[in-house]
Design a protein around this ligand. Sequence first.
Ligand code: MLT
Length: 267
Amino acid sequence: MIVATRAGSVGLDLAGEGAPLVLLHGFPHDRTLWVPQLAAGIPGARVIAPDLPGFGESAVVTPASMDAWADWLAGLFDALAVDRAILGGLSMGGYLAFAFWRRHGARVRALVLADTRAGADDQEGRAKRRAMQMLVDAQGVGPVAERMLPGMVGKTTRETRPEVVATLDAMMRRASARAVHDALDALRERPDSTPTLATIDVPTLVVCGDEDALTPVSESRAMAAAIPGSRLAVIPRAGHASNLEAPEEFTRLLSEFVGATIRPNSP
Ligand code: MLT
């Protein structure tokens, strides 16, 4: 469905009834990343999976930055009459969750940080983002998807689950060149969220596929160690797109975490 917000139209899928659970996809994905969780349902939760700005059916937001996107997300909360939500983000979605926490922390009931990292890009990483922007501007998203696909999934998925690889490949190729270009600005310029970790005082689940090569388990361990009271779950035989590669295990972990968060007397 398409929802009108003060920052433009937003494409999203909804599933279930209960406590709002907003799931933010990675780069360069769209809301269909969350199809396994939307289809399975998360008991006690109303799952809300939006396309991030420029992706899928969502309008672009300018300037493209994690802070601007965090305010955009607050506008979506308002449009959906959501006061507070459990906020989950995979990779780039995690970067956005950190920005939302800093700017609109009172609206976060709990956090799920999946296959992401707290640190900013270093100089080499920034140069790679610029090179990727030049590539997408000149040749469109095809070569970007080709370059990203091998790291997007783990070894087990690459070798045994061609249908998951094909789903991700098609998802990335569907992205518009404009969305990819803009997101690269937001990714490149995002601030270091490491100092933010100690400020997180809501229940937090950190999840990572043990074959994640883009945001390795060491990043998740460091985040979990720095977030007071957080829990780390490592998913075996899954890579960067852990929710798609190991959908049952990811959904089970998410359901368990949401259940514990919304139980009476929980924060
Ligand atoms: C993602 O999956 O969102 C990207 O790998 C994030 C990044 O490039 O930093």
